[in-house]
Design a protein around this ligand. Sequence first.
Ligand code: S3P
Length: 203
Amino acid sequence: MSDAVVPAQASPEADILSALGARSIVLVGMMGVGKSTIGRRMAARLKLPFVDADTEIEAAAGMTIPEIFERHGEQHFRDGEVRVIARLLEGGPVVLATGGGAFMREETRNRIAAKAVSIWLRADHDVIMRRVRRRADRPLLQTADPEGTVTRLLTEREPVYGKANLTIASRDVPHDKIVEECIETLHAYLCSPPPADVASAVR
Ligand code: S3P
């Protein structure tokens, strides 16, 4: 038998990890689209640490998000969010789930573009409404008309979320199906050889 070293079995996950280097994977999108659930499962598949920006902000502040909003206001929360995400991106590679408003800050978008690959988990208004109704801990939705608030936020935010590198439709299918689509899309984005005409132009 030959003594040649057999290379480790290639897998989409291994390819993605090596293409990422120190970059992270950042999930962006509205409240209720499943950033934390999908992010946690994706991290397990890729054997990367999972971090949730909202949880980290709460730990840094020693308060829950509703408490931060109530005691200090949204602006204070947003400023903390910028700082916490900047810190988390320095510790990559990780899979990072961001709060729904984080990607609206240009500073954060630029940092994510430099240090990560971003995925917008996009869901329809109805899917979002069904999911956010289950929890009452989102200060922005403590309004007389949460449905109208979600509509307004979606109108403001969707063009900005669309600046993410990749978009995946989050919908009512098993989570692992969405995770699989994220892995396939990341693999195509990070690991596909460039088309022949681009390759020859580069040469
Ligand atoms: C917010 C979304 C929340 C949290 C905060 C504000 C937003 O995170 O950061 O309540 O502006 O959309 P999730 O998207 O994880 O719910």
